[in-house]
Design a protein around this ligand. Structure first.
Ligand SMILES: NC(=O)c1ccc[n+]([C@@H]2O[C@H](COP(=O)([O-])OP(=O)(O)OC[C@H]3O[C@@H](n4cnc5c(N)ncnc54)[C@H](O)[C@@H]3O)[C@@H](O)[C@H]2O)c1
Length: 355
């Protein structure tokens, strides 16, 4: 029988405990993975995670943890500004790596991470989990079967009306790299690019606005946040042009005056269109013209799939089978470079060429 993949965590807080660790526990029961160690700079957090998920070794300094021979792969779940160094150090120690989204706070850091993965000859997966849901997988099968045809345009939305995360560092640009665009826009952008076949971006125009978050007393459904330390955008919009002639618009917000929150993408093709809410497949539709009639099909009786579990399974399986990961660092880097270009365009008021 194959040896289970030994897993260690750098950062054992919110997403690690709520999504990644439960997935490894299932893989542990199947003999595919083994949770070996957890690290967090806050010892109580590491200890709590270890107790909850029955992990034998606890660290507050990940450099010590990386010396372990029984750790094959490292799962990096630290805040955005602390993704790069742990990833570089894990590769230097010869470990495979999965790193939470966004890949990094900018493309420069992301490029160093991708290069380090290649140099180390280890797997590098970015935790852009949304595409692992059953709705996205179903729509992708429609696209791959030619039912949508050539995708020439896409419209991607990650919009909240009043949904500023009031914990962590989500409202601090130096630690997050940006606001809603890099936090939730990153998910819908990756999903859309994946559906489009990851075309190469050539130019972007973007606009980011801070009209609410830095004002006192703005209503928020996710608790009070510190408006005096709010340095990110509330809303951003962008237009991306690709080498193959396709284009995409992206809108993302923590705060905006709109009717309701939206997390969806809509791809327009020569044979059909697809509207996809990745978290609620019942809202998704395929639009086509068939037998002289316009048809709208819905996706029925899809399996219930936890997208985080899907991504963790895919990562571990890629290590066990020595096959390419499904969300390579290069794709996380392309997303990050597009976000960089949108922010740059917003600052300069000009189109940014990406080639
Ligand atoms: N894929 C998703 O849907 C999703 C959802 C939530 C968060 N995330 C991403 O996960 C990352 C973490 O977010 P979170 O919500 O879990 O944050 P969090 O604050 O709950 O957890 C981060 C943990 O990292 C620890 N940490 C900080 N520096 C460290 C270091 N040098 N060594 C070890 N531990 C360290 C902190 O003490 C904290 O416990 C972010 O990049 C975020 O974008 C992704």
């Amino acid at each position: 029988m194959t040896k289970p993949v030994g897993i260690a965590f750098i950062g054992s807080g919110g997403i690690a405990q709520s999504a990644h660790m439960p997935a490894y526990k299932k893989l542990e029961a199947e003999g595919k993975a083994k949770l070996v160690a957890v690290c967090d700079v806050v010892e109580a957090t590491a200890k709590a995670a270890a107790a909850k998920f029955d992990v034998p070794h606890v660290y507050t300094d990940y450099a010590q943890m990386l010396k372990r021979d029984d750790v094959d792969a490292v799962d990096v779940c630290t805040p955005n500004y602390l993704h790069m160094q742990p990833v570089l150090d894990a590769f230097a120690a010869g470990k495979h790596v999965i790193c939470e989204k966004p890949l990094a706070i900018n493309g420069e850091q992301g490029a160093r991470m991708v290069e380090a993965g290649h140099k180390a000859g280890r797997k590098f997966q970015v935790a852009l989990n949304v595409r692992f849901g059953s709705g996205p997988q179903a729509v992708k099968r429609f696209i791959d079967a030619g039912k949508i045809g050539e995708i020439y345009y896409a419209r991607a939305h990650a919009l909240r009306r009043r949904g500023v995360p009031s914990w962590g560092v989500f409202t601090q640009k130096d630690k997050q790299g940006g606001g809603p665009l890099i936090d939730i826009g990153v998910h819908i952008l990756d999903l859309t690019l994946w559906l489009m076949g990851y075309p190469t971006p050539v130019a972007t125009v973007g606009a980011a606005y801070t009209k609410f978050g830095n004002r006192p007393g703005v209503y928020n459904t996710w608790g009070r946040f510190d408006h005096t330390n709010y340095t990110v955008e509330d809303f951003a919009a962008g237009f991306v042009r690709f080498e193959n002639g396709a284009t995409l618009t992206l809108e993302s917000s923590f705060i905006a005056n709109l009717e309701r929150d939206e997390m969806n993408t809509h791809v327009f093709g020569t044979e059909g269109g697809a509207f996809l809410n990745p978290f609620d497949a019942s809202q998704s539709r395929i639009y086509r013209e068939e037998a002289g009639t316009l048809t709208d099909s819905s996706l029925a009786m899809l399996p219930q799939v936890n997208s985080h579990e899907g991504e963790i399974r895919a990562f571990v399986q890629a290590i066990l089978d020595d096959t390419p990961v499904q969300v390579p660092g290069e794709q996380g880097l392309m997303v990050t470079r597009i976000l960089d270009a949108l922010y740059e365009s917003s600052e300069t008021g000009k189109e940014v060429r990406m080639t």
